[in-house]
Design a binder for this molecule. Sequence first.
Ligand code: GLY
Length: 372
Amino acid sequence: MIVVIGAGAIGLAVAWRASQRGLPVTLVDPEPGGGASHVAAGMLTPVGELQYGEEDHLRLGLDSRDRYPEFAAELADLTGIDIGYRREGNLSVAYDGDDLAFLRDQHDFQASLGLRTELLTGRECRRLEPMLAPSVRGGILAPDDGSVDPRKLLRALLAACEGLPIVRERARELVVEGGRVRGVRLESGEVLAAERVVLAAGSWSRELADLPVRPVKGQILRLHSPYPFLTRATRGLVRGFSMYLVPRPDGELVVGATQEELGFDSRVTAGGLWELLRDARTLFPGITELEFKEVKASFRPGSPDNAPILGPAGPEGLLAATGHFRNGILLTPLTADAIADLLDGREPPEAVRPFGPGRFAPAEAASPGDDR
Ligand code: GLY
């Protein structure tokens, strides 16, 4: 038996892919389809959000982004649920001269890596997104990036996992004997026997295994527009601060997100909301007319290098699928395929090889492929 701890997007997708290969899987989660996945915005923007020094992350993100069309089509065929995958491009816009200088550097960096992006004037940005403020100075269009609706994704993955046992309890600890995983002790004290365990518990993974994952709090809000407000996911730089807006065809507009190192502090704060709305209004003055629907705080599973931790970890039989930080939804299709490969005794895709847990313990093996 394989136990997957965590039934967010990553855990559910791993369970689905593993069960497609005929592997026996049980999911453990007190709230399947909840956690950070339920709060996520759903940006698929490895190019638009590229950071200096993260070329390996870029390869990972591009590989997973490009799996989405097939992944979405397969889920729709199986479950009848459209997960709202759209490849409408990603726009980054600059508010002032310093923000624009930063975006110009970013465009040079993207071009140096052979990525397809376009530097736009303020007028060109407004032609793409007419609700943008006249003061916006310029931007970058990354035409191959896109978005997905994480709540529809979760519904589809839950439907795809129908028939698999789901234990609605928190996992308290791993049961390890002789250096091997033997099972999972649940909150009730009951032990679920398992030869292999996939740890996909997001920020809570550290409570179950020795992995350098920490919660990075994000506050995020949802508005509703009765008329088309925005066409594509748009990232704004406003006086050096970064925020984003993600529109959906049904009128939902997600505005995110704060990034706070406060442990498991789940409070929504006036200051967090104010910062998001202040910058959103600076870029899109019309936002104040929209209906407020929801605000939530959740926890991104951060790792020391902002990249996921994928592969054999600690006791034999344990596989990590955690630490996805800001990119859990983006990296869901690739993570699921890679972990299913490892469970199935196959080589995982090349892009995941730099991201084994061993990279944080130099004496040990350093990649999912080498760790086995
Ligand atoms: N992926 C966006 C965020 O973490 O805020």
